[in-house]
Design a protein around this ligand. Structure first.
Ligand code: PGA
Length: 255
């Protein structure tokens, strides 16, 4: 399975800054076999960056989309409008769920819209700190997977990526803590178990990424957790040198 290194830039950088960043990274990155590098800029930068990038080195992802193809949805962007511009789309990020009130139904529709339009959804799931404290992690992960993938057929399953992001480990969350490799291994095992019980053997092909305060010093440890197929990086992806260092660590770990 490929190793995915995905940078989620969130609502940062102007179009010009995004383009300068991509230019720097393209110059530095040497493509490695079996590794997929992806950056997710703001919506305004998606088209210019898709024209600028070298897709053999870096692919472009959206950070969100709407679940319908065209229509009266003021302010939204259909994934159908991003066809040919992005290869991936992050869906159900905890900031969408917890700041913007995104429901499981919306997440499900967005995942289905991505698949319908030939774009790979990166479905984010993860428990909050209080859910973890009350022992609800397993239920939350199961519910988010079941809901998010409920319109995905067995044949389409291989077009999906899951990102496990415990909300309490995301660097911008107040009081964020580092997730231990044991915590992550346990959750990833649960996720794989739910996927297998729903989809059978096909579930083994779904990449599961980890995200939450990943940086160049802990990336190696996270990538060696059994069942972790890549990283979704927020804060550290905003600094091209750090993002590139994480890519180098990934190359060493996977070599
Ligand atoms: P972080 O963000 O790496 O800054 O913790 C991860 C994310 O929100 O995807």
């Amino acid at each position: 399975m490929k190793t995915y290194i995905v940078g989620n830039w969130k609502m940062n950088f102007t179009v010009g800054e995004s383009s300068i960043y991509l230019h720097k990274l393209l110059k530095r990155i040497k493509p490695a076999k079996g590794m997929q590098i992806v950056v997710a800029p703001s919506p305004v930068a998606l088209q210019p960056l898709s024209l600028q990038t070298d897709r053999k080195k870096i692919r472009i992802s959206a950070q969100n989309c709407w679940g319908r193809d065209f229509g009266a949805y003021t302010g939204e962007t259909a994934i159908a409008q991003l066809k040919g511009i992005v290869d991936y789309c992050i869906i159900g990020h905890s900031e969408r769920r917890h700041i913007f009130g995104e429901t499981d139904k919306m997440t499900k529709e967005k995942v289905a819209a991505c698949i319908r339009n030939g774009i790979t959804p990166i479905l984010c799931i993860g428990e909050t700190e209080s859910e973890r404290t009350f022992g609800e992690t397993a239920d939350v992960l199961r519910d988010q997977i079941v809901a998010g993938l409920s319109d995905v057929s067995k044949e389409d399953l291989k077009k999906v990526i899951i990102a496990y992001e415990p909300v309490w480990a995301i660097s911008s969350v107040k009081g964020a803590k580092l997730a231990s490799p044991d915590d992550i291994a346990q959750s990833v095992e649960l996720i794989r178990k739910y996927l297998k019980s729903t989809y059978g053997k096909e579930a083994e092909e779904i990449p599961i990424l980890f995200g939450g305060s990943v940086n160049p010093s802990n990336a190696g440890a996270y990538l060696t957790i059994p069942g972790v197929n890549g990283l979704l990086i927020g804060g550290a992806s905003l600094i091209a040198d750090q993002f590139n260092d994480i890519i180098e660590v990934a190359k060493r770990v996977r070599a």
